[in-house]
Design a protein around this ligand. Structure first.
Ligand SMILES: NC(=O)c1ccc[n+]([C@@H]2O[C@H](COP(=O)([O-])OP(=O)(O)OC[C@H]3O[C@@H](n4cnc5c(N)ncnc54)[C@H](O)[C@@H]3O)[C@@H](O)[C@H]2O)c1
Length: 404
Protein backbone atom coordinates (compact mmCIF):
# COMPACT_ATOMS: atom_id res chain seq x y z
CA UNK A 1 0.00 0.00 0.00
CA UNK A 2 1.40 3.45 -0.88
CA UNK A 3 1.06 6.08 1.81
CA UNK A 4 -0.31 9.24 0.04
CA UNK A 5 2.27 11.43 1.77
CA UNK A 6 5.04 9.21 0.50
CA UNK A 7 4.00 9.22 -3.15
CA UNK A 8 6.95 10.54 -5.14
CA UNK A 9 6.20 12.27 -8.42
CA UNK A 10 8.78 13.21 -11.04
CA UNK A 11 7.52 15.69 -13.65
CA UNK A 12 9.78 16.40 -16.62
CA UNK A 13 9.70 18.90 -19.49
CA UNK A 14 8.18 21.88 -17.61
CA UNK A 15 4.75 20.35 -17.11
CA UNK A 16 2.06 22.98 -16.50
CA UNK A 17 1.82 24.42 -12.97
CA UNK A 18 -1.85 23.32 -12.78
CA UNK A 19 -0.65 19.71 -12.78
CA UNK A 20 1.89 20.42 -10.04
CA UNK A 21 -0.76 22.08 -7.84
CA UNK A 22 -3.25 19.25 -8.43
CA UNK A 23 -0.73 16.58 -7.41
CA UNK A 24 0.61 18.59 -4.46
CA UNK A 25 -2.96 18.99 -3.24
CA UNK A 26 -3.06 15.18 -2.91
CA UNK A 27 -0.12 15.45 -0.50
CA UNK A 28 2.35 13.97 -2.98
CA UNK A 29 6.00 14.97 -3.05
CA UNK A 30 6.40 16.55 -6.51
CA UNK A 31 9.74 17.20 -8.16
CA UNK A 32 9.63 19.25 -11.37
CA UNK A 33 12.41 19.24 -13.92
CA UNK A 34 12.56 21.83 -16.72
CA UNK A 35 13.97 19.67 -19.52
CA UNK A 36 13.55 16.19 -20.93
CA UNK A 37 15.92 13.53 -19.56
CA UNK A 38 17.77 11.08 -21.75
CA UNK A 39 17.73 7.37 -20.99
CA UNK A 40 20.81 7.34 -18.76
CA UNK A 41 19.61 10.35 -16.73
CA UNK A 42 16.18 8.79 -16.35
CA UNK A 43 17.70 5.47 -15.27
CA UNK A 44 19.37 7.34 -12.41
CA UNK A 45 16.28 9.29 -11.36
CA UNK A 46 13.51 6.71 -11.75
CA UNK A 47 14.11 4.34 -8.78
CA UNK A 48 11.69 5.19 -5.95
CA UNK A 49 9.40 7.27 -8.22
CA UNK A 50 5.71 6.29 -8.12
CA UNK A 51 4.36 8.64 -10.79
CA UNK A 52 6.28 9.89 -13.82
CA UNK A 53 5.03 12.83 -15.90
CA UNK A 54 6.50 13.50 -19.33
CA UNK A 55 5.67 15.34 -22.54
CA UNK A 56 6.72 14.30 -26.02
CA UNK A 57 10.53 14.49 -25.74
CA UNK A 58 11.30 12.00 -22.96
CA UNK A 59 11.53 8.40 -24.13
CA UNK A 60 10.35 5.81 -21.61
CA UNK A 61 12.09 2.66 -22.79
CA UNK A 62 11.82 -0.94 -21.58
CA UNK A 63 15.15 -0.42 -19.79
CA UNK A 64 13.78 2.59 -17.90
CA UNK A 65 10.67 0.61 -16.94
CA UNK A 66 12.85 -2.23 -15.69
CA UNK A 67 14.69 0.19 -13.40
CA UNK A 68 11.41 1.76 -12.23
CA UNK A 69 11.04 -0.27 -9.03
CA UNK A 70 8.15 1.76 -7.58
CA UNK A 71 6.43 3.17 -10.65
CA UNK A 72 2.65 2.68 -10.82
CA UNK A 73 1.67 5.11 -13.59
CA UNK A 74 3.01 7.39 -16.31
CA UNK A 75 1.25 10.58 -17.32
CA UNK A 76 1.90 11.70 -20.90
CA UNK A 77 1.02 15.40 -20.61
CA UNK A 78 0.34 15.56 -24.33
CA UNK A 79 -1.74 13.70 -26.91
CA UNK A 80 0.68 11.14 -28.39
CA UNK A 81 2.17 8.21 -26.48
CA UNK A 82 4.67 6.95 -29.11
CA UNK A 83 7.51 8.00 -26.80
CA UNK A 84 6.54 5.32 -24.27
CA UNK A 85 7.21 1.60 -24.74
CA UNK A 86 3.56 0.69 -24.12
CA UNK A 87 3.94 -3.11 -24.28
CA UNK A 88 6.72 -2.89 -21.69
CA UNK A 89 4.58 -0.61 -19.50
CA UNK A 90 1.66 -3.07 -19.65
CA UNK A 91 3.94 -6.00 -18.91
CA UNK A 92 5.10 -4.13 -15.78
CA UNK A 93 1.50 -3.35 -14.80
CA UNK A 94 2.21 0.38 -15.15
CA UNK A 95 -0.82 2.40 -16.30
CA UNK A 96 -0.31 5.10 -18.93
CA UNK A 97 -2.60 8.11 -19.25
CA UNK A 98 -2.66 10.96 -21.78
CA UNK A 99 -4.98 13.83 -22.68
CA UNK A 100 -6.64 12.92 -25.96
CA UNK A 101 -9.34 15.62 -25.92
CA UNK A 102 -7.77 18.61 -24.20
CA UNK A 103 -6.84 20.50 -27.35
CA UNK A 104 -9.93 19.72 -29.44
CA UNK A 105 -11.39 23.20 -29.04
CA UNK A 106 -8.07 24.84 -29.98
CA UNK A 107 -7.93 22.92 -33.28
CA UNK A 108 -11.55 23.79 -34.05
CA UNK A 109 -10.99 27.50 -33.42
CA UNK A 110 -7.93 27.56 -35.69
CA UNK A 111 -9.92 25.83 -38.45
CA UNK A 112 -12.73 28.40 -38.14
CA UNK A 113 -10.23 31.29 -38.21
CA UNK A 114 -8.60 29.85 -41.33
CA UNK A 115 -11.90 29.22 -43.10
CA UNK A 116 -12.87 32.88 -42.63
CA UNK A 117 -9.36 34.13 -43.52
CA UNK A 118 -9.24 32.20 -46.77
CA UNK A 119 -12.81 33.01 -47.75
CA UNK A 120 -12.04 36.74 -47.29
CA UNK A 121 -8.54 36.34 -48.82
CA UNK A 122 -7.12 38.01 -45.71
CA UNK A 123 -3.62 36.56 -46.13
CA UNK A 124 -3.27 38.17 -49.57
CA UNK A 125 -4.64 41.53 -48.42
CA UNK A 126 -2.37 41.45 -45.40
CA UNK A 127 0.74 40.63 -47.49
CA UNK A 128 -0.08 43.48 -49.93
CA UNK A 129 -0.59 45.99 -47.11
CA UNK A 130 2.84 45.11 -45.69
CA UNK A 131 4.26 45.87 -49.13
CA UNK A 132 2.49 49.24 -49.09
CA UNK A 133 -0.27 48.26 -51.55
CA UNK A 134 -3.81 49.54 -50.82
CA UNK A 135 -6.04 47.11 -52.78
CA UNK A 136 -9.57 47.90 -51.65
CA UNK A 137 -11.69 45.51 -53.66
CA UNK A 138 -14.36 42.88 -52.99
CA UNK A 139 -13.19 40.58 -55.79
CA UNK A 140 -12.90 36.98 -54.63
CA UNK A 141 -13.88 37.87 -51.02
CA UNK A 142 -16.94 36.13 -49.63
CA UNK A 143 -18.95 35.61 -46.49
CA UNK A 144 -18.88 32.11 -45.07
CA UNK A 145 -22.61 32.26 -44.34
CA UNK A 146 -24.55 29.85 -46.55
CA UNK A 147 -21.46 28.00 -47.84
CA UNK A 148 -21.15 24.24 -47.42
CA UNK A 149 -18.39 22.86 -45.21
CA UNK A 150 -17.43 19.23 -45.82
CA UNK A 151 -15.83 17.57 -42.79
CA UNK A 152 -13.89 14.37 -43.47
CA UNK A 153 -13.53 12.48 -40.17
CA UNK A 154 -16.41 13.15 -37.74
CA UNK A 155 -14.62 12.38 -34.47
CA UNK A 156 -13.88 14.61 -31.48
CA UNK A 157 -12.66 17.51 -33.59
CA UNK A 158 -14.92 17.01 -36.61
CA UNK A 159 -18.11 16.98 -34.51
CA UNK A 160 -17.17 20.06 -32.49
CA UNK A 161 -16.29 21.92 -35.68
CA UNK A 162 -19.65 20.84 -37.12
CA UNK A 163 -21.56 22.50 -34.26
CA UNK A 164 -19.57 25.75 -34.27
CA UNK A 165 -19.65 26.02 -38.07
CA UNK A 166 -23.44 25.66 -38.15
CA UNK A 167 -23.70 28.39 -35.54
CA UNK A 168 -21.76 30.65 -37.89
CA UNK A 169 -24.26 30.01 -40.69
CA UNK A 170 -22.36 27.37 -42.66
CA UNK A 171 -24.14 24.28 -43.95
CA UNK A 172 -22.30 21.15 -42.84
CA UNK A 173 -21.77 17.79 -44.55
CA UNK A 174 -19.54 15.07 -43.21
CA UNK A 175 -18.08 11.76 -44.24
CA UNK A 176 -16.74 9.18 -41.81
CA UNK A 177 -15.79 5.57 -42.40
CA UNK A 178 -17.47 4.67 -39.07
CA UNK A 179 -21.17 5.05 -38.29
CA UNK A 180 -21.54 8.48 -36.74
CA UNK A 181 -24.58 10.34 -35.48
CA UNK A 182 -25.17 13.58 -37.40
CA UNK A 183 -25.28 16.52 -34.98
CA UNK A 184 -27.86 19.25 -35.45
CA UNK A 185 -28.56 19.74 -39.19
CA UNK A 186 -25.32 18.19 -40.46
CA UNK A 187 -25.75 15.99 -43.54
CA UNK A 188 -24.07 12.60 -43.57
CA UNK A 189 -22.55 11.85 -47.00
CA UNK A 190 -22.75 8.29 -48.27
CA UNK A 191 -19.29 8.57 -49.84
CA UNK A 192 -16.21 10.76 -49.83
CA UNK A 193 -16.94 11.55 -53.49
CA UNK A 194 -20.37 12.97 -52.59
CA UNK A 195 -18.76 15.23 -49.99
CA UNK A 196 -16.03 16.43 -52.35
CA UNK A 197 -18.44 17.19 -55.18
CA UNK A 198 -20.87 19.18 -53.01
CA UNK A 199 -18.67 21.13 -50.56
CA UNK A 200 -17.27 24.66 -50.91
CA UNK A 201 -14.72 23.97 -48.18
CA UNK A 202 -13.21 20.55 -47.42
CA UNK A 203 -11.49 20.00 -44.08
CA UNK A 204 -9.71 16.81 -42.96
CA UNK A 205 -9.98 15.57 -39.36
CA UNK A 206 -9.21 11.87 -39.80
CA UNK A 207 -6.91 9.93 -37.50
CA UNK A 208 -3.43 8.74 -38.40
CA UNK A 209 -4.13 5.00 -38.89
CA UNK A 210 -1.68 3.48 -41.40
CA UNK A 211 -4.39 3.05 -44.08
CA UNK A 212 -4.86 6.83 -44.19
CA UNK A 213 -1.34 7.55 -45.48
CA UNK A 214 -1.69 9.38 -48.81
CA UNK A 215 -5.47 8.81 -48.94
CA UNK A 216 -6.09 12.37 -50.17
CA UNK A 217 -4.32 12.99 -53.50
CA UNK A 218 -4.77 14.16 -57.13
CA UNK A 219 -8.00 12.21 -57.65
CA UNK A 220 -9.65 13.72 -54.56
CA UNK A 221 -8.54 17.28 -55.39
CA UNK A 222 -9.92 16.82 -58.91
CA UNK A 223 -13.29 15.78 -57.45
CA UNK A 224 -13.51 18.99 -55.41
CA UNK A 225 -15.58 21.87 -56.76
CA UNK A 226 -13.64 24.50 -58.77
CA UNK A 227 -12.74 27.38 -56.46
CA UNK A 228 -13.19 25.26 -53.30
CA UNK A 229 -10.96 25.64 -50.23
CA UNK A 230 -9.01 22.87 -48.50
CA UNK A 231 -7.78 22.44 -44.92
CA UNK A 232 -5.69 19.78 -43.24
CA UNK A 233 -5.15 20.02 -39.49
CA UNK A 234 -5.10 16.27 -38.92
CA UNK A 235 -1.95 14.36 -39.92
CA UNK A 236 0.68 15.33 -42.49
CA UNK A 237 0.90 11.89 -44.03
CA UNK A 238 -2.71 11.79 -45.21
CA UNK A 239 -2.26 14.37 -48.00
CA UNK A 240 -0.16 14.24 -51.17
CA UNK A 241 1.40 17.74 -51.08
CA UNK A 242 2.61 17.67 -54.68
CA UNK A 243 -0.99 17.03 -55.79
CA UNK A 244 -2.17 19.86 -53.51
CA UNK A 245 0.41 22.27 -54.96
CA UNK A 246 -0.70 21.36 -58.50
CA UNK A 247 -4.37 21.85 -57.63
CA UNK A 248 -3.56 25.27 -56.11
CA UNK A 249 -1.25 26.37 -58.95
CA UNK A 250 -3.86 25.50 -61.58
CA UNK A 251 -6.43 27.58 -59.68
CA UNK A 252 -8.77 24.59 -59.27
CA UNK A 253 -8.41 24.94 -55.49
CA UNK A 254 -8.71 28.61 -54.43
CA UNK A 255 -6.89 28.32 -51.10
CA UNK A 256 -5.54 25.95 -48.50
CA UNK A 257 -4.65 25.95 -44.83
CA UNK A 258 -2.16 23.31 -43.73
CA UNK A 259 -0.96 22.78 -40.17
CA UNK A 260 0.61 19.32 -40.44
CA UNK A 261 3.25 18.02 -42.84
CA UNK A 262 4.65 14.66 -43.90
CA UNK A 263 8.11 15.76 -42.71
CA UNK A 264 8.22 18.35 -39.97
CA UNK A 265 11.40 20.07 -38.75
CA UNK A 266 12.76 18.53 -35.55
CA UNK A 267 13.14 21.73 -33.62
CA UNK A 268 12.65 25.47 -33.49
CA UNK A 269 14.84 27.24 -36.07
CA UNK A 270 15.30 24.20 -38.38
CA UNK A 271 14.36 24.98 -41.97
CA UNK A 272 10.83 24.14 -43.00
CA UNK A 273 10.90 22.51 -46.44
CA UNK A 274 7.62 22.12 -48.35
CA UNK A 275 6.13 22.16 -51.85
CA UNK A 276 3.54 24.57 -50.47
CA UNK A 277 5.86 27.45 -49.59
CA UNK A 278 5.33 30.70 -51.49
CA UNK A 279 1.83 29.99 -52.84
CA UNK A 280 -0.83 32.73 -52.55
CA UNK A 281 -3.89 32.23 -50.31
CA UNK A 282 -2.17 29.33 -48.56
CA UNK A 283 -1.90 29.49 -44.79
CA UNK A 284 0.96 27.42 -43.39
CA UNK A 285 1.26 26.91 -39.63
CA UNK A 286 3.87 24.88 -37.70
CA UNK A 287 1.61 22.15 -36.23
CA UNK A 288 0.03 24.55 -33.73
CA UNK A 289 -3.60 23.44 -34.09
CA UNK A 290 -3.69 22.26 -30.50
CA UNK A 291 -1.09 24.64 -29.10
CA UNK A 292 -2.78 27.15 -26.85
CA UNK A 293 -2.23 28.04 -23.22
CA UNK A 294 -5.78 26.88 -22.49
CA UNK A 295 -5.06 23.46 -23.98
CA UNK A 296 -1.82 23.18 -21.99
CA UNK A 297 -3.61 24.03 -18.75
CA UNK A 298 -6.39 21.55 -19.56
CA UNK A 299 -3.84 18.82 -20.33
CA UNK A 300 -2.11 19.48 -16.98
CA UNK A 301 -5.33 19.25 -15.08
CA UNK A 302 -6.74 16.25 -16.98
CA UNK A 303 -3.67 14.00 -16.74
CA UNK A 304 -2.90 14.94 -13.12
CA UNK A 305 -6.48 14.03 -12.24
CA UNK A 306 -6.15 10.64 -13.93
CA UNK A 307 -2.91 9.91 -12.03
CA UNK A 308 -4.39 10.96 -8.69
CA UNK A 309 -7.46 8.77 -9.21
CA UNK A 310 -5.37 5.81 -10.26
CA UNK A 311 -3.28 6.07 -7.08
CA UNK A 312 -6.28 6.58 -4.81
CA UNK A 313 -8.96 4.30 -6.26
CA UNK A 314 -7.34 2.31 -9.07
CA UNK A 315 -9.60 3.96 -11.68
CA UNK A 316 -8.23 3.27 -15.19
CA UNK A 317 -10.86 5.05 -17.30
CA UNK A 318 -9.21 6.26 -20.55
CA UNK A 319 -5.91 4.54 -19.77
CA UNK A 320 -3.92 4.14 -22.98
CA UNK A 321 -2.69 0.63 -22.20
CA UNK A 322 -4.74 -1.00 -19.42
CA UNK A 323 -8.42 -2.00 -19.61
CA UNK A 324 -10.70 0.79 -18.36
CA UNK A 325 -12.33 0.05 -14.99
CA UNK A 326 -13.98 2.50 -12.59
CA UNK A 327 -15.61 1.15 -9.46
CA UNK A 328 -17.22 3.76 -7.17
CA UNK A 329 -15.43 4.02 -3.83
CA UNK A 330 -17.14 2.52 -0.77
CA UNK A 331 -16.10 3.75 2.64
CA UNK A 332 -14.51 1.38 5.10
CA UNK A 333 -13.37 -1.08 2.44
CA UNK A 334 -9.97 -2.23 1.30
CA UNK A 335 -9.49 -2.32 -2.43
CA UNK A 336 -7.34 -4.84 -4.27
CA UNK A 337 -6.35 -3.93 -7.82
CA UNK A 338 -5.00 -6.72 -9.92
CA UNK A 339 -3.36 -6.45 -13.34
CA UNK A 340 -3.15 -9.89 -14.88
CA UNK A 341 -2.64 -11.84 -18.07
CA UNK A 342 -6.01 -12.32 -19.73
CA UNK A 343 -6.56 -16.08 -19.59
CA UNK A 344 -9.69 -18.05 -18.62
CA UNK A 345 -10.22 -18.68 -14.91
CA UNK A 346 -8.42 -15.68 -13.36
CA UNK A 347 -11.56 -14.31 -11.72
CA UNK A 348 -12.48 -17.75 -10.35
CA UNK A 349 -8.94 -18.20 -8.96
CA UNK A 350 -8.94 -14.80 -7.25
CA UNK A 351 -12.33 -15.43 -5.71
CA UNK A 352 -11.45 -18.92 -4.59
CA UNK A 353 -8.34 -17.58 -2.76
CA UNK A 354 -10.49 -14.89 -1.10
CA UNK A 355 -13.22 -17.41 -0.17
CA UNK A 356 -10.68 -19.87 1.24
CA UNK A 357 -9.50 -17.15 3.63
CA UNK A 358 -13.06 -16.06 4.53
CA UNK A 359 -12.59 -12.67 2.90
CA UNK A 360 -15.92 -11.10 1.97
CA UNK A 361 -16.17 -9.45 -1.47
CA UNK A 362 -18.34 -6.30 -1.34
CA UNK A 363 -17.83 -5.10 -4.91
CA UNK A 364 -15.95 -6.31 -7.95
CA UNK A 365 -15.36 -5.19 -11.52
CA UNK A 366 -13.28 -6.81 -14.25
CA UNK A 367 -12.38 -5.65 -17.71
CA UNK A 368 -10.03 -7.14 -20.26
CA UNK A 369 -8.26 -5.69 -23.26
CA UNK A 370 -6.15 -7.88 -25.51
CA UNK A 371 -3.44 -9.57 -23.51
CA UNK A 372 -4.32 -8.00 -20.14
CA UNK A 373 -7.11 -7.96 -17.62
CA UNK A 374 -7.74 -5.50 -14.80
CA UNK A 375 -9.74 -6.44 -11.73
CA UNK A 376 -10.85 -4.25 -8.85
CA UNK A 377 -12.14 -6.04 -5.76
CA UNK A 378 -13.50 -4.29 -2.66
CA UNK A 379 -13.34 -6.32 0.53
CA UNK A 380 -14.56 -5.67 4.04
CA UNK A 381 -12.90 -6.73 7.27
CA UNK A 382 -9.32 -7.80 7.61
CA UNK A 383 -7.15 -9.91 5.37
CA UNK A 384 -3.91 -11.70 6.02
CA UNK A 385 -0.58 -11.31 4.24
CA UNK A 386 -1.10 -14.88 3.06
CA UNK A 387 -4.09 -13.77 0.95
CA UNK A 388 -1.93 -11.19 -0.80
CA UNK A 389 0.96 -13.65 -1.17
CA UNK A 390 -1.32 -16.18 -2.84
CA UNK A 391 -2.82 -13.57 -5.17
CA UNK A 392 0.67 -12.35 -6.05
CA UNK A 393 1.74 -15.95 -6.56
CA UNK A 394 -0.89 -16.65 -9.24
CA UNK A 395 0.85 -17.36 -12.53
CA UNK A 396 -1.28 -14.74 -14.34
CA UNK A 397 -0.57 -11.92 -11.85
CA UNK A 398 1.33 -9.00 -13.35
CA UNK A 399 0.87 -6.48 -10.54
CA UNK A 400 -1.16 -6.28 -7.36
CA UNK A 401 -1.82 -3.17 -5.31
CA UNK A 402 -3.85 -2.74 -2.15
CA UNK A 403 -5.60 0.59 -1.60
CA UNK A 404 -7.62 1.56 1.41
N1 LIG B 1 -3.01 20.02 -35.67
C1 LIG B 1 -2.91 19.67 -34.41
O1 LIG B 1 -2.17 20.26 -33.63
C2 LIG B 1 -3.75 18.53 -33.91
C3 LIG B 1 -4.17 18.53 -32.57
C4 LIG B 1 -5.02 17.49 -32.13
C5 LIG B 1 -5.37 16.46 -32.99
N2 LIG B 1 -4.88 16.47 -34.27
C6 LIG B 1 -5.25 15.40 -35.21
O2 LIG B 1 -6.60 15.59 -35.62
C7 LIG B 1 -7.14 14.34 -36.06
C8 LIG B 1 -8.53 14.14 -35.50
O3 LIG B 1 -8.49 14.09 -34.09
P1 LIG B 1 -9.75 13.56 -33.26
O4 LIG B 1 -9.42 13.69 -31.82
O5 LIG B 1 -10.99 14.20 -33.79
O6 LIG B 1 -9.72 12.02 -33.68
P2 LIG B 1 -10.88 10.96 -33.57
O7 LIG B 1 -10.23 9.65 -33.51
O8 LIG B 1 -11.85 11.35 -32.51
O9 LIG B 1 -11.66 11.11 -34.98
C9 LIG B 1 -11.16 10.67 -36.19
C10 LIG B 1 -12.35 10.26 -37.05
O10 LIG B 1 -11.89 10.03 -38.38
C11 LIG B 1 -12.58 8.89 -38.90
N3 LIG B 1 -11.80 8.37 -40.00
C12 LIG B 1 -10.61 7.73 -39.94
N4 LIG B 1 -10.15 7.49 -41.19
C13 LIG B 1 -11.08 7.99 -42.04
C14 LIG B 1 -11.16 8.08 -43.45
N5 LIG B 1 -10.20 7.60 -44.23
N6 LIG B 1 -12.26 8.65 -43.99
C15 LIG B 1 -13.24 9.14 -43.21
N7 LIG B 1 -13.21 9.11 -41.86
C16 LIG B 1 -12.14 8.55 -41.29
C17 LIG B 1 -12.71 7.97 -37.70
O11 LIG B 1 -13.73 7.02 -37.88
C18 LIG B 1 -13.01 8.97 -36.58
O12 LIG B 1 -14.41 9.20 -36.45
C19 LIG B 1 -6.14 13.27 -35.61
O13 LIG B 1 -5.37 12.87 -36.73
C20 LIG B 1 -5.25 14.00 -34.63
O14 LIG B 1 -3.95 13.46 -34.59
C21 LIG B 1 -4.11 17.48 -34.74
Amino acid sequence: MIDQAKVRVLLLESIHRDAVSRLEAEGYHVESVRNALDESELLERIPGVHLLGIRSKTKVTAKVLEAADSLVAIGAFCIGTDQIDLPAASAAGVAVFNAPFSNTRSVVELAIAEIISMTRRLTEKNALMHEGVWDKSADGAHEIRGRRLGIVGYGNIGTQLSVLAENLGLHVSFYDTADKLALSNAHRCASLEELLETSDIVTLHVDGRPGNAGFFGAEQFKRMRPGALFLNLSRGIVVDHVALRDALSSGHIAGAAVDVFPKEPKGRGDEFVSELRGLPNVILTPHIGGSTEEAQSDIGDFVANKLAHFVADGNTTLSVNLPGVALPEQSGMSRIVHVHINTPGVLANVNSILAKHHVNVEGQLLSTRGEYGYLITDISGGYSDEVLDQLRGMEQTVRLRVLS
